[in-house]
Ligand binder design. Sequence first.
Ligand SMILES: *Cc1c(COP(=O)(O)O)cnc(C)c1O
Length: 424
Amino acid sequence: MQTNLRWNRRGFLGTLAAFAASTFAPRKVFGSTRTATAEASAIKLTGLGQTGNVYEELGVTTIINGEGTMTTLGGSLIRPEVEAAMQLAAQHFVSIPELEVAAGKRIAEMLKLPQGYGAIVTCGAAAAIQAGYAGILTGDNVNLIQQLPDLTGMKTEVIIQKAHRNPFDHQIRGTGVKLVEIETREQLRHAIGPQTAALHFTNFANADGQIKVDEWVKIAKEANLPTLIDAAADTPPISHLWDYANMGYDLITFSGGKAIRGPQCAGLLLGRQDLVNYALLNNSPYEDTINRLAKVGKEEIVGMVKALELYLAEDENAMRNEWWRRLDTVSSAVSGIPGIRVDRFVPDIANHVPHIRITLDPTKIKATPREITQQLRKGTPSIVLATGERGESNIITMNSFMLKPGEDKIIATHLAETMKQHSA
Ligand SMILES: *Cc1c(COP(=O)(O)O)cnc(C)c1O
C-alpha cells in the first residue's frame, strides 16, 4: 500500500516536473532541482505519459504562447524548482490552517510587508478576491460565514469606479453584495453610507478611472472603510508585491500562476492580519463557507512560497533584456516585408513586459490580423499571438515572457512566411 501511494504521488508530480524540465528551463537554472528531476525522470510511466507528452496522447495541441499569461492557455509554466518543492509537500499530511498561517508568515517576511500585515495562499487571485470580501463582510462570526451569500445582518454594498468594472468583479458579487458604480469624487462621497462594506480598486484600470490608486486608498481611510486592490497580473515590477501594502491598501491580490510562475492554481491575498484571518475563515479547508469551492492544497501553498522566493531573487534587468532580445528576433524577420511596421511598447500596468506591435498596411497585406493569427493558431506548431485590443483593426501584438528557449525563432520563421504569403 505504502509503495503504491508513493508511486502514484511521484508518478503524478514527476510527470509534471519532467515535462517542465525537458521543455522549459535552460539547463543552468537547474542546480537545486537536479535530484528531484533525476528521480522524476527515472520513473517510467506506462499508460498516460508513456511518450513523455501527455497532451499529444490526449489529442490536445500544445501551443507556442506569444500572448502572455492567459488562464485559457494554461497561465504560465511553473518553475521546475516549484514543482520539486510541491513534490516534497506531497509527502506528508499537515494541518492546512496551520500551514496557511506558517506560509503567510513566511510570505509577509519575504515581502517585508508593513507591521500588522499578513498573507494567505488562495487557489488564485479570483479566489482571493472572493475570500477577501467574504472576510470583510463576516469578520469571525461563524453564523455570518455560514450564511453568505445571504447578507442579512451584514453590509450590502461595495463601491467601484465604473471604468474598473471587469469580469473578475463577479467574485465580489459572488459574496452577495451589490456593486455601486461611481465616476466622480462627488458621486463617491454620496455613495458612501452605512451599507458600504468596502471600496474596490482594479489596478489595471488605474488610467481609466478619475480617481487614481493613491487617492482611492486615502478616501477609503478617511471614510474608515477597507479597500481591496486587485493587482492579479501586475508584476513585474516585482516591487508591486509590496507597493500597494505600503500605500495603505487593506487587502491586495496577486495571481500565483502568472508572471510569478508559481502553481497554476495559487494566488496571494496579502493585507491587514485581521482581514486576512477572516478571509481564511471563509476559505477552504473550512466547510460551509463560500470559498470552500476554491480549494488550495498543501502542494500549492508550499509551491507558492517557493515561487515567491525564486521570483524575489530574479534579476529584472536581465529578464527584460532577454525578453527584448526574443522580440527583436521576430521584428527583424518581419520588418523588411512590404506593408509591415514594427514598434516596441510596454503596457503601463498589467503585463508590464516588453511587447511588439506589428502594424499591417491593408493595401499591401491582403489578410486581416485576425486571419493571420488564426492561420498561425491552426499551423504546426500552433502559435498564439494577439490581435489589437481597443478596436485597432490592423494590429498584431506579441510578448515573449512566456516563450521557451528557441520559440522566438520559430515564431519569427512562421510569422514571416505567413505575412509573405499575403503580401501583395
Ligand atoms: C488573472 C486575473 C484575475 C484572476 O486571477 P487567477 O489567479 O487566475 O484567479 C483577477 N483579476 C485580474 C485583473 C486578472 O488579470
